[in-house]
Design a protein around this ligand. Structure first.
Ligand SMILES: Cc1ncc(COP(=O)(O)O)c(C=O)c1O
Length: 408
């Protein structure tokens, strides 16, 4: 009998996505908070959108897809189009959804599909730069920026582009690329480009420009707009994202990147995404607008509850948002961002480390180019985790105010 040997993984510096934020610091024996530390770890460091699952469960068979063993066998979908691996039904569903929601212009624009919008970000960087430049093009975004941008930009040590940090303080000459995340991850603010020079190119990351998170105030119409199935519908595991691109040559180069990187995008995933996006735009299927109603009331309820807890003491604070008219719902509403950008108001220096002692795993402000008094916590997780989080934050506030008697 052949002996099976198990290869031990090489010791690597890089830390896996799943484990990166999952290990809380061990509570010390004499930790006065040990009663709070006895519960489970509350993992809020990732924006895993499982909170939308009850909706999709309630839909039953309406969005079921059946795939036969002989389906989707070819690499090719339609060689006559710019993005030759984009499923026609997905393209139609994307255009229809944007027209129903009114959040982006897609007429006369090219759609490029990617394995999540993460792959499309790399594709866009590749498309906006050219080999042979004197030095890599600087890539910037205004602080606080999405924490993955620096790592994603630099991890291949590309000669084409490099991360150059905060757009507010960027003062280098020459071409640059600015990432505009709208509404912003982590702080939910709606913002535009800040460098505003002629030699700059823009990538708009509109992952959260959907009615459950923010009022839809206008149809976005930018050169490159990135969207994702993860945050729009909650189906992060399908790994589908799409770019809406004005310039044909940019769309061709983005397609080329994906061709070289993964020879296209899973056709099964595209098929499933098409079914779900199509059903959301189609009111006759009785799930249509309901998804956004559901998503919005879920997010609104969570924000209300969280603010109630936070307002009970002065230990933490949250950003405030203005009401605006949402063209999709036809009413004024406040943003309910996918993340809470929590700030501590007392002498706690590092809020991420502080919360870890209570087994709450958020993502610390420094990773977003900001200060460690901030932590980003996900508002998108499942209900049980979210409720446990509220309880634990309440207990922390009680403990701290009892220990110093002044509510801080
Ligand atoms: C602003 C922003 N852009 C892009 C992504 C990545 O999305 P995807 O799951 O499509 O790769 C995320 C995920 O959290 C995000 O927050």
């Amino acid at each position: 009998m052949a002996t099976m040997t198990m290869k031990m993984p090489r010791e690597e510096k890089a830390v896996s996505y799943a484990s990166r934020y999952s290990l809380p610091a061990e509570p010390k024996d004499n930790d006065t908070n040990s009663n709070l530390c006895s519960g489970p770890v509350i993992l809020l460091s990732h924006g895993d959108p499982t909170g939308f699952k009850p909706f999709w469960r309630s839909v039953g068979d309406k969005c079921k897809v059946t795939i036969d063993s002989c389906d989707f066998m070819s690499y090719l979908t339609d060689v006559g189009t710019v993005c030759w691996f984009l499923e026609k039904e997905l393209e139609e569903a994307i255009r229809q959804l944007h027209s129903t929601v009114g959040n982006a212009v897609t007429d006369d624009r090219h759609i490029v599909v990617g394995t999540g919008s993460t792959q499309l970000y790399h594709a866009a960087l590749y498309a906006l730069t050219s080999p042979g430049g004197p030095e890599p093009v600087n890539v910037v975004s205004a602080v606080p920026y999405y924490s993955s941008y620096p790592e994603e930009t630099n991890f291949l040590c590309s000669a084409l582009y490099k991360w150059a940090g905060d757009a507010y303080t960027f003062d280098k000459e020459g071409p640059y690329i600015e990432l505009v995340t709208m509404p912003n991850n982590p702080d939910g603010q709606v913002r535009g480009p800040v460098v505003n020079r002629n030699d700059g190119k823009l990538i708009h990351d509109l992952a959260y420009y959907w009615p459950q998170y923010t009022p839809i105030t206008a149809q976005a119409d930018y050169d490159i707009m990135l969207f994702t199935f993860s945050k729009s519908m909650g189906h992060a595991g399908s790994r589908i994202g799409w770019a809406v691109v004005k310039d044909k040559n940019v769309a061709i180069k983005m397609t080329k990147y994906i061709e070289l990187n993964s020879i296209g995008v899973s056709r099964e995933s595209q098929h499933r995404a098409a079914k779900i996006l199509g059903a959301v735009s189609d009111s006759s299927q009785c799930i249509g607008a309901n998804f956004f109603q559901y998503g919005k009331s879920l997010m609104a309820e969570r924000w209300t509850k969280f603010r109630e807890v936070i307002n009970r003491s002065r230990l933490f604070s949250l950003p405030k948002y203005m009401e605006e008219y949402c063209q999709f719902s036809g009413e004024d509403s406040e943003p309910h961002p996918a993340f809470a950008w929590l700030k501590c108001n007392n002498d706690i220096e590092d809020l991420e480390i502080f919360l870890r002692r209570y087994k709450i795993m958020g993502r610390g402000g420094s990773l977003f180019g900001s200060d460690p008094k901030h932590v980003r916590v996900s508002m998108l997780g499942d209900e049980e985790t979210f409720n446990l989080f509220l309880e634990r934050v309440s207990s922390i506030q009680d403990t701290i105010s009892n220990s110093n008697g002044n509510g801080i």
